[in-house]
Design a protein around this ligand. Structure first.
Ligand code: NI
Length: 169
């Protein structure tokens, strides 16, 4: 297992639209294991392949208190969204230290393959639903700060670039 480097906003690679996973094979299973390890190491509740510079439709999530219930969603597709939404306070491993409100569906139904390549229908609400929507956005090349006002987004971009320059010194 390996820890993978996580791309940080405003890295342009975060805007890549992911392609479907062609087959859940040994390469994909190894990638899932690495992504789960990377998510736990970074103390995140979700990670999309896009964030580790792999542009295939794969996300890992663990919203459990005990951090022992990893979920793998391969080629996830939203099949239903609730008519109601709420404002969710979000952060992202690719935008460290930034938290802001994003409008999300209260509940979603997602069809995806699991880590064994089995088709699953996941009904989610609460934190899991918010996390699924956030991670699926990554697969479309969308980072949550893009929902914020241009003013806020630019302020975050400047802050991130400054932090990245300082880290390189
Ligand atoms: Ni994120």
């Amino acid at each position: 297992m390996a820890l993978l480097p996580i791309l940080c906003f405003p890295d342009p690679r975060l805007h890549t639209v992911a392609k479907p996973v062609a087959a859940v094979d040994a390469r994909i299973r190894a990638l899932c294991a690495d992504m789960i390890a990377t998510m736990y190491d970074a103390k995140g509740i979700g990670l999309a392949a896009t964030q580790v510079d792999v542009h295939e439709r794969l996300i890992v999530i663990d919203v459990s208190e005990e951090r022992d219930a990893p979920l793998v969603l391969i080629n996830p597709e939203l099949v239903w969204t609730s008519p109601t939404t709420h404002l969710n306070e979000e952060g992202c491993l690719s935008v460290p230290g930034v938290y802001d409100g994003v409008q999300r569906f209260d509940a979603v139904r997602v069809r995806a393959l699991d880590g064994a390549g089995q088709s699953r229908l996941i009904e989610a609400d609460g934190l899991l639903a918010d996390c699924i929507q956030h991670e699926m956005d990554h697969l479309m090349g969308r980072v949550f700060v893009e929902y914020l006002s241009p003013l806020k987004r630019n302020r975050i971009k400047t802050k991130m670039l400054k932090a990245q320059r300082e880290a390189e010194r």
